[in-house]
Write a protein of this length. Structure first.
Length: 158
């Protein structure tokens, strides 16, 4: 399977909407208390602003002429203070492979691209959040060498 990875551009928005919806819908199903149903979870203006932001990066995986995967990244500088050391982090805000073509190595290829890209940025680490209930994602991230850094916990009052 000949997958190429490239920077997203303004013309990719319509092709990416189904994947943005796919990710958002998963969040809505898992946590309807936090996420609203929305047919357009990523607005065009928001997407275009991400593309313009030097600290945000969107890469797409392309098979033939079809976009089959996307990863959305954001650079974050954490300044030193009396409690923590300074560090530069690359956050994976979203990773999605089209439902119709999963389990073909596209996610792994996208993340390898992210790892190489991060080395070029000279970040200290790559971080992401994953729901405790999304075992497929947890297993995937472990399979590419990621480890659990911390865990957010909650006590729901409503």
């Amino acid at each position: 399977m000949d997958i190429s990875i490239r920077n997203a551009n303004h013309d990719d928005y319509e092709s990416l909407l189904p994947m943005f919806w796919q990710v958002h819908n998963l969040h809505v199903i898992e946590r309807p208390d936090l996420y609203k149903k929305n047919s357009t979870p990523v607005g065009k203006e928001f997407f275009n602003n991400q593309l313009k932001d030097d600290k945000q990066h969107i890469f797409v995986a392309v098979l033939g002429s079809e976009i089959v995967g996307v990863v959305v990244l954001k650079e974050e500088d954490i300044p030193e203070n009396s409690f923590v050391n300074a560090r530069k982090v690359l956050l994976v805000n979203s990773l999605c492979v089209a439902d119709t073509i999963r389990k073909k190595g596209i996610g792994s290829k996208l993340m390898k691209y992210v790892f190489d890209f991060a080395r070029g940025l000279e970040v200290d680490r790559i971080e992401l959040g994953v729901s405790e209930t999304n075992q497929n994602a947890i297993d995937f991230y472990k399979s590419i060498g990621m480890t659990t850094k911390s865990r957010k916990m909650e006590f729901r009052l409503h």
